[in-house]
Structure formats: structure tokens, C-alpha cells
Design a protein around this ligand. Structure first.
Ligand code: NAD
Ligand code: MG
Length: 390
């Protein structure tokens, strides 16, 4: 039976890898329902034509004409503006890939969850900023959440989910990013280009910077806590520069189960899109005779303060993860625009967290979307103030 696929954020790195799998699937195996993008109308139109999409949504209205002109001779329907992304998510599909970057993906992803279908979750920020609401919605709507982030996908593959009492801890692996061996004093002057050059993974700009600060691992710690319902104390992080082991679960009998594979996102994407079956992914196969040494280190949370801040935000609970995420999005954008230095990123996040903690002690976890949007907006404003005062 043909599986109907929607991709939120189809023009990004995860979106394109997902479409690569669709392109290589057998005819009639997968059919594209809806595709969405922020502003890249040209790429969205090309994708719509190649995959004969039923509907496309472009968030940024400035490029609407480009999209309309490019698709004028096709049957593809077009929606413009943020509400069109919700319409894309509402279209009847069997699998929706949530691959928008940042908290901007929250409402479209919730709309996909409301359909009660299978949702592949790459967009970790929407879970970080609204974890409790998000997981409650998944349960209430009977949706199936399939983690796409490689670490969470690995854990999902080896987790004995129906026997939680046997689980001792989750172990997230981290590549360590491009600055794993860079001394602290040299981090003062690293550039945008240095930070974007990830040694193992090819990804979008925001997650590449998050990987360089290790905030990515911090967001993933919070993501794992919500996805697998485990407290901070039961989630460890280990640096594993080769990125062959994608994460592990330790059981009370001392067994450790790991998922291994080449560092290629098409493996976790295929796992999520094919679930409960396996589908082929054209990735490099592991050759154990050529794997000369898998190494593991403790992360340095003095050098990479962002990781410590994320753990503290998870432990503080309430609105803290939402504040952390919003402030980080603002700081990363400012760094990418070369307005602040690399080490200013965690400084801005810490400043925003401190300001919110002194005002509200983070309160309880927001369970209404309006409360999340308000917290997110306030935290962004605080982060901008921090940047001005640097
Ligand atoms: P990307 O920047 O390459 O692509 C982001 C996509 O979201 C694009 O299609 C863009 O048009 C869309 N988008 C951006 N801002 C938007 C907005 N305001 N409104 C609507 N759409 C918007 O990002 P990516 O690297 O593909 O990452 C996507 C998500 O997957 C992120 O949450 C990231 O953390 C996660 N993830 C990515 C990887 C990876 O290898 N790239 C691995 C694990 C998890
Ligand atoms: Mg990851």
C-alpha cells in the first residue's frame, strides 16, 4: 500500500535527506502529500514538481510570487503564511516528518500530532520548549512519535519500553563538535566558518552551531528526558568522536545495548518513515575490519558551558527549557550574523535564564500553547537585551 508522506521543512537538510529516500523508493511505495518551507520558494517549487506534491506551504509571503509562477502549470495547490504550514500538517497523511528548525515548528508539529498519525520528530526544539504539552498531546491523540534525532532513534531501537523498571540509564553519545580539542583561549576568536565546519555530520547552520557549543547535546538531553520519561540523573552523556555508536541503554543487569551505523541521517529517517518495518537506506555500510578504535571521553562542561546550562534548565523544570531554547535561538542567529562572538552564545543564554529565574523561578511547566508562546517571546526579548549589554 502506498504510504502518504508530508514533510514540514522539506528544503532543509533533514527534509532533503527524507526526499532522497522517497526518490529511491519503489514506485507506489511512497507518495508526497505536502511540503513546506520558510522562504526558499525556488527549491520548494522544484521539489513540488519532482515529487508531484498535492500541496505546498511557504511561511514567508515575500517570495509567494516566485512560488506561484513556478507552479502555475501544475496541479499543486499553494498556501502562503504560517497558517498554511498548519494546513499542510492537517492534510491526511500516514507519516509526517517534522523537520522545521526551532520553536517555529511547534504549532505545525502539534497539528500533525492532532491527526493521530505517525510523526517523525527531527525538530527537537519544539519538544524542548513545550515538552509536557507536547507529550500529553501525543498521548491524548494516540499519535505515534518516532524519534529521528540519531541519538533518540538509537535509544528507541534498543529500549525495552514495556519494561521500564529494567532500565538503569540512557547514554547519549556526542561527537564533541569541531572544537573538541580547541583550547578555551582559542575559542574566544573562532569564526562562523570554523564553527560551521562539523567534523562528522553535514547539517543545517543552526544545529551545526549548536553542535559546536554542545548546546545540541543539551537540547538532546532535554529531548530524551521528555521522550523516554527519564529524569536528568538517569541520562548520561559521553563524547564519542567517531559517531559510530549513536547512543545506548544500560539495564539493571549490567547489559548495555547500543545502535551502530555510519553517521548518515538517512538511517534514522528510514527507520522512522518505514516503522514498524525496515526500509532500505543507501548509506555506507560499517566495515568492522576498518574501524580502528572507538573512543569515549567525558564532556568538558567548563569549556562547553551550554551543556551545563541545559542540564540545569532540565532540572529546574517549569519554563526553564523554553527560556533556554528561545535565548539560544536568538544567540545563534546573532552569531551567524557575526554580531556576537562564539563564547557570547552561552553567555546570552545564561543571562536570559538568570533574568527569568529571578522574576518567576520558572514556575510550573506550561500546559497551554499561549503560555509557551508568551514565555518564548519574553525569553527572546531578554536575549536581545543581553546581546545589547554584552
Ligand atoms: P535546516 O536549517 O537545514 O532546515 C530547516 C527547515 O525548516 C527548512 O526547510 C526551512 O525552510 C524551514 N524553516 C526554517 N525556519 C522556519 C520558519 N520560521 N517557519 C517555517 N519553516 C521554517 O535544518 P536541519 O538541519 O534540516 O534541521 C531541522 C531539524 O532537525 C532541527 O530541529 C534540527 O535540530 C533537527 N536535526 C537535524 C539533523 C541534521 O543532520 N541536519 C540531525 C538531527 C536533528
Ligand atoms: Mg542528534
Amino acid at each position: 500500500m502506498t504510504k502518504r508522506i508530508t514533510i514540514l521543512g522539506s528544503t532543509g537538510s533533514i527534509g532533503e535527506s527524507t526526499l532522497d529516500l522517497v526518490r529511491r523508493a519503489a514506485p507506489d511505495e511512497l507518495q508526497v502529500v505536502a511540503l513546506t518551507a520558510n522562504s526558499n520558494a525556488k527549491k520548494l517549487a522544484e521539489q513540488a514538481i519532482e515529487f508531484d506534491a498535492e500541496f505546498v506551504a511557504l511561511a514567508d509571503s515575500n517570495n509567494a510570487d516566485t512560488l506561484k509562477n513556478a507552479l502555475s502549470t501544475t496541479k499543486t495547490e499553494i498556501g502562503i503564511g504560517p497558517e498554511a504550514l498548519i494546513e499542510a500538517a492537517n492534510r491526511q497523511a500516514d507519516f509526517c516528518m517534522a523537520a522545521i528548525i526551532g520553536a517555529a515548528g511547534l504549532q505545525p508539529t502539534l497539528a500533525a500530532i492532532d491527526q493521530g498519525n505517525h510523526v517523525g520528530l527531527a525538530n527537537k526544539e519544539c519538544l524542548v520548549c513545550a515538552g509536557d504539552l507536547f507529550m500529553k498531546r501525543v498521548a491524548d491523540r494516540g499519535a505515534t512519535l518516532l524519534p529521528v534525532d540519531s541519538e533518540h532513534n538509537a535509544i528507541f531501537q534498543v529500549l525495552e519500553i514495556d519494561k521500564p523498571e529494567g532500565i538503569r540509564r540512557l547514554i547519549l553519545t556526542a561527537s564533541g563538535g569541531p572544537f573538541r580539542e580547541t583550547p578555551m583561549n582559542k575559542l574566544l576568536s573562532v569564526t562562523r566558518k570554523d564553527a560551521l565546519a562539523h567534523p562528522v555530520w553535514e547539517m543545517g547552520a543552526k544545529i551545526s552551531i549548536d553542535s559546536a557549543t554542545l548546546m545540541n547535546k543539551g537540547l538532546e538531553l532535554i529531548e530524551a528526558s521528555y521522550l523516554f520519561n527519564r529524569p536528568s540523573a538517569e541520562i548520561d552523556i559521553v563524547v564519542h568522536p567517531q559517531s559510530i555508536i549513536h547512543s545506548m541503554v544500560e539495564y539493571i543487569d549490567g547489559s548495555v545495548l547500543a545502535q551502530l551505523g555510519s553517521p548518515d541521517m538517512r538511517t534514522p529517517i528510514a527507520y522512522a518513515m518505514g516503522w514498524p518495518n525496515r526500509m532500505h537506506a543507501p548509506v555506507e555500510r560499517l566495515d568492522f575490519s576498518k574501524l580502528n578504535g572507538l573512543t569515549f571521553f567525558e564532556p568538558d562542561t567548563t569549556k562547553f558551558k551550554a551543556l551545563r546550562l541545559a542540564r540545569e534548565a532540565l532540572e529546574a523544570g517549569g519554563k526553564a527549557p523554553c527560556v533556554l531554547n528561545a535565548a539560544n535561538e536568538v544567540a545563534v542567529k546573532a552569531f551567524l550574523q557575526e554580531k556576537i562572538a562564539f563564547l557570547d552564545i552561552p553567555r546570552v543564554v545564561e543571562g536570559a535564564l538568570n533574568k527569568h529565574a529571578s522574576r518567576s523561578c520558572f514556575g510550573t511547566s506550561p500546559c497551554e500553547i499561549d503560555e509557551i508562546i508568551t514565555t518564548d517571546t519574553e525569553a527572546r526579548n531578554t536575549a536581545h537585551e543581553q546581546i545589547v549589554s554584552l
